[in-house]
Structures are given as C-alpha cells and as structure tokens.
Design a protein around this ligand. Sequence first.
Ligand SMILES: C[S@@+](CC[C@H](N)C(=O)[O-])C[C@H]1O[C@@H](n2cnc3c(N)ncnc32)[C@H](O)[C@@H]1O
Length: 417
Amino acid sequence: QPADMAVSQFFEKRRTGSRERARLADAAYAVLRRKRWYEHLARRFEAEAPAGFANSADWPVPRRMALLALLDGEGGENSDFSDAPAELRPWLAACRALQSQPASLPEACRHNLPDWLAAALQASMTQQPQDFWPLAEALLQAAPLDLRVNAMKAKRPAVAAALAASGIQTQETPWSPWGLRVAGKPRLTHLPAWQQGLVQVQDEGSQLLALLTQARRGQLVVDFCAGAGGKTLALGAMMRGAGRLYAFDASAYRLQGLQPRLARSGLGNVHTAAIAHERDARLNALQGKADAVLVDAPCSGLGTLRRAPGLKWRTRPEDIARLAEQQFSIAQSAARLVKPGGRLVYATCSLLPQENEAVAQALSNALPGFAPLHAGDVLAAAKVPQAARLTTEAGHLRLWPHLHGTDGFFAAVWQRR
Ligand SMILES: C[S@@+](CC[C@H](N)C(=O)[O-])C[C@H]1O[C@@H](n2cnc3c(N)ncnc32)[C@H](O)[C@@H]1O
C-alpha cells in the first residue's frame, strides 16, 4: 500500500491530536526513508545481548525501528534517552555511538536503497560516479514545499508579500519564474492567497516541465497524462485561460482531483476527458491539431523519493522494463496529435535511463517527422536563468535533488517538421 494511504488509514481509526499525528507520521516516513539503517541497528547487539539489553520479545525489530525514528525526529542525537524505557538505554547509546561513525557502516545502511536500485543508479552515473553519494544523501531528505504562483492572477513578489503578511516566509525558487519555496511546512489552505487561487503546491521541477511546452494564449494544448492536473493548471496559466486545453488521463478517478483545483484557478478553457487508452478513437479528432502535447508519462516515480520514500521498497526491477514499453507507446500515440511546427514534450519523474534517455531515443527513431529541440534553448527562451545547468549534452532536461534542489525529472522536446 502507498505510505500516505497506510498512514491516513491508521489515523482514521484513532483519536489523536494534530501534534501527535505529525510526530507519528514523520516517524513512519523516517522508517521508510532509512529502513536499512534502522533495521541494521534494530538487529545489531541482539546476538551480543549483554545484561541490561532489552528483551527482544518485548521490543521486536519493527518496534525498535519506530523508536529510533521517533527519537531521530526529536533531535535524538543529543538525547540522554531519559524518556526511553530503562531497558532500552544501553542499546540506544550503542546505536548512537555507531551513528557517529557512518563510514564504518555497510554501504546499504548509508544509501538506504534496495540493492538493485543502488546498482542501477551507480551504473547510470559512470560519467559522474562521485555524484552517487550526494544523490543518495539528498534522496533521504524531506522535500521542500514549493508553490507555483498563478501567473494569470498575480505576480510572484505580490504573492510573497501577501503570504508574509499571513506569517508565511518564502523565497523565490532559483529556476522557475513562478516558484516560491516555503520555509517549514505551514498549513496553507485557510489563507486568502490559497482560496483565491493565487498559488498551487507544485515542485519547482514540475513547473519547469510545463515551461518546456512554451504554451501561449490562444493555442490548442494537450496534457496527455494529466492526472490530478498539476501541470494542466500551469499550462492553463501560461495560456492566460485563452485557447483550448485538453486534460486527458486513463484514470477517471485521478482526473476528478483536478475539478476543485480548476475551480480555484479561474481557468475556463480546460476540457477534461478520461480516455480508455492512448489509442482511444476519441483522440482522432485532434490528430495534427495541437500546438503542444505534454506527455507526463506514468513512471516509477523514483525521482520523488524525498516525498514518497515507500516507492523504493514497492518498485521491483522488472517494473522498469514494463513501464518503458508503456511510456514509449503512450508518447508515440500522443505525438499524432501534434501539428506541423508544434511541440512534443516527453517527461518523467524517474531517475533511471531506461525510462528516460532510452525512451527518448526510441521515440526519435520512431518519429522521423519530429526534430529534437535542445531543452536548454527552450528554457532560456522562457527566461529561465542559467538554463544550461539544467540540461545534458544531448539536450535533455535532467533535474536532480542533489544538484538542483528539485525532485528528479527528465524531459525531451521535439518539434514536428
Ligand atoms: C506522472 S502521472 C501524471 C501527473 C500529472 N501530470 C500531474 O502533474 O499531476 C501519470 C499519469 O498517466 C496516467 N496514465 C496511465 N496510462 C495512461 C494512458 N495510456 N493514457 C493516458 N494517461 C495514462 C496515469 O493515470 C497517471 O495519472
């Protein structure tokens, strides 16, 4: 089960105050983030079990892991463990001593990734092998809270000032011209800026993907895998609500999540439709008509491990090949909607080349009528500062948590000849 569902189901059945809820939820996520490390500590010392160590029947491994996560969340490195049960204190002190010498630990305890994923990432980083550890460390941090200012309704400095007046401090994001990074994780939904649709929660990387379409007022634009419409709303704001914007998805359930967000955004030009699959006959009417088609393809999501740490344990290596096939099929079908001179953007939030560069290459081979565009040039034209730092030599957008502070994203752009 996805972690957010498991956590909310747990709380449905229990009465808890909001602070306690936050502590427990943070601890659950911390266990998923650092599972291999906590497991190692929870099992360690059992064999040695000197007198005074906890009885393992009372403190089974999962319970010890939860305790370690709770203590870490509360600045445990400085704790004298006086709040912890007495029989656990020697074990906790021994854990703490180990923690202060991370280099002595097995690698798995440091990167906290499944072996197959650590190996796949290392294999994909042969050009920059020194980047593996900074990446692994960055993936263990919680993601920042980014907002996208609705450019149709307000300017970024004015929204920052309005939020500051409500006690919410923000900083402008370095790359996206619409982004505000919020300090901490304050509640936002009661704020006027939120209710008036001036801001949406959206990672800076997702904002950059929408910019790659260069969607403009009056165009016909398709968000082919719209989901709950995070990028649809960004595209609609770029179009200033004028023109036609189609939001498709194979899941009617996911598309439903777009409705309340559309209402706040002020957009009146969005047509949503659940399609059966990427070759649904209802798409025929749009063939060769779109100025831009964004394919934010279903993917492993491994670029979002800061937000969804449970994904690394639920994804299996064999899923990747299946996803790559699906990604190719969806993007190839979506390409039919692009008009001559129009643009195709293929994007994922995966870190793995099989879902990214390999699919982009297969698409280039299969779509001779489409010429690749350099994502750096496209972003520079959209006034993104230092856009070259976001792209690869091959001209793809590649965002990394340890380099850019965003989730991990990939995008390739083509223009139909
Ligand atoms: C990465 S998510 C999209 C996220 C969304 N664009 C956003 O910004 O919030 C991928 C979406 O592709 C949808 N999908 C899966 N198969 C599809 C298909 N054959 N055609 C269109 N959408 C599909 C999934 O339901 C999922 O919502």
